[in-house]
Design a protein. Structure first.
Length: 321
């Protein structure tokens, strides 16, 4: 478990003070040894409306969903051979009122933490450390025989902006390979999957801010983005704050020729490569993410804690093999 302050700096839990950039690598090496028994590493960055306590609880809740779903559905993920997760939670100050003013305040904080602060750099350093520490999968993925440890990044809400920003910060030049092949070794890290639940960002952000991620960022799989029309935070509050509903409500819209769409599958339905082969994939989860639609100011923005969400991550991890 790692903590960022309002400037995006990594906090030393022993002193409560931000770590200088030169000390980050040593701190990570001290606290985040990747066990040899792990098959997959999952970094989770929470979203809006979480205290440190609830952020930890949400991360653990998601990891438990992943473990339980794999145990009960493992026949659906035969490409994985096995799943032994090593999990990292990144916490940041996201608590505010659940209404428009609170949403705008945390939106501005998230922007400040990445644009003028160090959140993206710190998360990139974290991913770089984990990438260097893992047992690297070798060569192109081969079905059911791929070895190594795979690295996945999961964000929720504004946390999704952090992880996408970190991936773009690591962009160099895209190697001359297509599909889900191993990334160019010049990259400081390579993600095997990038999944964002209910992203709190404008639907055209991949052309206005993250355009390099389509071609230059070290992500082997698609950028998968869930959406639900019952998400009031990104539907109403985001529209009032920025003049347009957010990705968590309508999905990404630009650049249209790089975007595919798939419905969130139930546990009895497998995902196929053709469904998630686009660089960006909107995952319509309206049928499942609905709780809080009428009475919660944020609607279903945080209604993501379902086995179907874990099924999506496990399926992407299986396809990454």
């Amino acid at each position: 478990m790692l903590d960022l302050d309002e400037r995006g700096d990594l906090v030393d839990p022993r002193t409560g003070e931000p770590l200088p950039p030169v000390a980050v690598h040593g701190f990570l090496a001290e606290r985040l040894e990747v066990p040899s028994t792990a098959s997959d590493i999952v970094v989770f960055v929470h979203g809006w409306q979480n205290s440190r306590k609830t952020a930890e609880a949400r991360g653990r809740q998601f990891f438990t969903l992943v473990e339980d779903t794999y145990e009960t559905q493992r026949d659906r993920y035969q490409e994985l051979n096995s799943w032994s997760g090593h999990y990292v939670i990144v916490r940041w100050p996201s608590k505010s009122s659940p209404f428009r003013r609170g949403y705008r305040r945390i939106r501005d904080r998230a922007h400040e933490m990445t644009v003028n602060g160090r959140a993206a750099d710190v998360i990139a350093q974290l991913l770089g450390y984990l990438n260097a520490s893992r047992r690297q999968p070798s060569g192109p993925p081969t079905l059911r025989t791929a070895d190594g440890q795979y690295l996945h990044c999961v964000g929720h809400s504004f946390g999704g902006r952090f992880v996408v920003e970190a991936a773009q910060a690591a962009a160099d030049s895209r190697p001359a390979v297509m599909g889900w092949n191993r990334a160019d070794p010049r990259y400081p890290f390579a993600l095997d999957t990038l999944l964002v639940f209910q992203m709190a960002a404008s639907p055209d952000i991949f052309t206005t801010r993250f355009e390099r991620i389509l071609h230059d960022a070290p992500i082997n799989g698609p950028i998968a983005l869930t959406r639900s029309i019952a998400d009031r935070a990104t539907g109403l509050w985001h529209r009032l704050a920025e003049g347009t509903p957010g990705i968590g409500h309508v999905g990404a819209t630009e650049p249209a020729d790089h975007i595919g769409t798939v419905r969130l599958h139930d546990l009895t339905t497998s995902y196929h490569y053709q469904e998630v082969g686009s660089r960006i994939v909107n995952v319509d989860a309206t049928w499942r993410y609905r709780r809080g639609r009428y009475w919660n100011p944020a609607g279903a923005h945080s209604d993501i804690w379902y086995p179907e969400s874990a099924h999506l991550l496990l399926s992407l991890a299986a396809l990454a093999r």
